[in-house]
Design a protein around this ligand. Structure first.
Ligand SMILES: C[S@@+](CC[C@H](N)C(=O)[O-])C[C@H]1O[C@@H](n2cnc3c(N)ncnc32)[C@H](O)[C@@H]1O
Length: 464
């Protein structure tokens, strides 16, 4: 079949990965399109063939889904974030719940899954956003139609869906409380006025590369500007502008990164003003968040997430617990008062130092932390140092657990595991390896990221 074909009156029936929606032709051909809503009846024109499906565009709507709503954001459809904003929130969460049911039922029989925990606030729920500068912003259809060659292509915003080198200039983002938008817009205007160059991804030049804005429920803000070049004069201009214009910035930082990728983990972070961290409160615990440390991005849902982890752990006070992928030691400390001892393992050194310090400041004495790569550190040598454990809590990154870590867990035969995941497909892959040794006894999906296809899932495993 040619890659360009028209499929008429097909129904969108599901959401796929990366925010695509899925339809199927009468002959069973899978079609992936953007901005559809399950229940829409549409005509689709395909433009690319992949191994098991075709990519296409909706060219005509016969009828709209009853789950379709007007997106709040003016950038919907272009910006790579919030791809489900045109689907009612109730239906978004049902789709996420179904995704978990479908994945788990492929491997396990009769798994009972609790209803997903929804978010009360569906906007301004994030405490961290990273915006990219560009001197070649993505043009909207209106801008293209105007055929105006004088358009200023400098912008700052998010990548266009699936395009690492295309940035959509964002006027207003609804994901983070103010002054997030104010800081970004003011910085853009200041840089334009002062002829400070914006980064060009293809040519690899330009001073301003990214800005990350972190906030906390204690009303503290961190701003980290990433520069591509070491231009002291212009760096000072930018940083002074931020310092003088936004007194509410609690932690003002920058770094210079002339590498190919914009990850900051191997960069020196320079403190320009204020503190080199911001603080966040979870229940009565205070945590210091440093620029390189992971911290849960939706603080209100984090409390719900941690309460479920605590409940699934069902601690009596006598247990030794391993908290794998412990970040700033937030789960470690959240459950510590009900356990005998909790040991956290985390690869980011800065996070481990901060976890140790915050435990002291929070007067928690029965915890310990070690820094290192899980697959190397979590070994029989580690177990002999800390003793066997009664419970493992594991909260790995999106890639899931390394198979060596799973092998070690199976060897340990720990009675219970609480597996927290932000990626149901890697979680299922890992659970499949554990299924001969463990039964799944509880499952609780939690929606941490409204309008995205991401979903968090907590699974309780008990030794057979
Ligand atoms: C999803 S976060 C969970 C953090 C923490 N449990 C929380 O609730 O904030 C995953 C953590 O795993 C850490 N990590 C990633 N790869 C790792 C590895 N190979 N070994 C140890 N830790 C790793 C990350 O730095 C991050 O802090």
């Amino acid at each position: 079949m040619s890659k360009n074909k028209l499929f008429e009156s097909v129904e969108i029936f599901d959401i796929g990965s990366k925010g695509q929606t899925i339809a199927k032709s009468d002959e069973g051909i899978v079609l992936m399109v953007k901005n559809g809503v399950p229940g829409d009846i549409v005509d689709i024109k395909t433009y690319r063939k992949k191994k098991n499906y075709y990519l296409g565009n909706i060219v005509n709507y016969h009828s709209y889904s009853k789950f379709r709503v007007d997106p709040k954001c003016e950038h919907f459809g272009l910006c790579g974030g919030c791809k489900l904003q045109n689907i009612s929130y109730d239906y978004q969460t049902k789709l996420k719940e179904d995704k978990i049911k479908y994945s788990l039922n492929k491997i396990f029989q009769n798994v009972n899954i609790n209803p997903i925990l929804k978010c009360k606030d569906q906007f301004n729920y994030r405490n961290k956003l990273e915006f990219s500068f560009t001197d070649n912003k993505w043009l909207t259809n209106d801008e293209i139609k105007k055929k105006n060659n004088d358009i200023d292509r400098r912008g700052i915003g998010f990548h266009k869906a699936g395009m690492w080198d295309k940035v959509v200039d964002i006027k207003k983002c609804h994901l983070q409380e103010e002054p997030s938008n104010k800081i970004r817009i003011a910085l853009k205007e200041f840089a334009k006025k002062n002829n400070i160059s914006f980064y060009n991804t293809r040519l690899k030049k330009g001073l301003l590369r990214t800005v990350t804005i972190r906030s906390s429920s204690l009303n503290q803000f961190m701003v980290l500007v990433q520069f591509f070049e070491n231009n002291e004069k212009n760096i000072s201009l930018v940083m002074n502008f931020l310092k003088d214009s936004f007194k509410e910035i609690y932690s003002l930082l920058y770094c210079i990164n002339n590498k190919e990728n914009d990850s900051i983990y191997d960069r020196e972070i320079i403190l320009y003003n204020g503190k080199n961290y911001i603080e966040e409160k979870i229940k009565d615990l205070i945590f210091k968040i440093y620029p390189k440390s992971f911290f849960q991005t939706n603080i209100k849902q984090t409390l719900k997430l941690y309460k479920i982890i605590h409940e699934f752990s069902d601690l009596s006070g006598n247990e030794v617990v391993y908290d794998l992928y412990s970040g700033l030691g937030t789960i470690t400390q959240f459950i510590a008062k009900d356990a005998k001892r909790v040991i956290g393992i985390e690869s980011i050194e800065e996070a481990v130092i901060s976890a140790k310090n915050s435990a002291k400041e929070n007067n928690i004495t029965n915890v310990d932390f070690e820094a290192g790569d899980m697959k190397k550190l979590f070994s029989s040598e580690f177990i002999s140092r800390h003793g066997n454990c009664d419970l493992i809590i594991t909260d790995p990154p999106r890639d899931g657990m390394h198979k060596d870590v799973i092998k070690e867990i199976i060897k340990l035969k720990t009675p219970k595991i609480v597996y927290v995941s932000c990626n149901p497909s890697t979680q299922c892959r890992d659970l499949e390896l554990l299924k001969d040794t463990y039964d799944i006894t509880k499952v609780q999906p939690v929606d941490m990221f409204p309008h995205t296809d991401h979903v968090e899932n907590i699974v309780l495993l008990e030794l057979k």
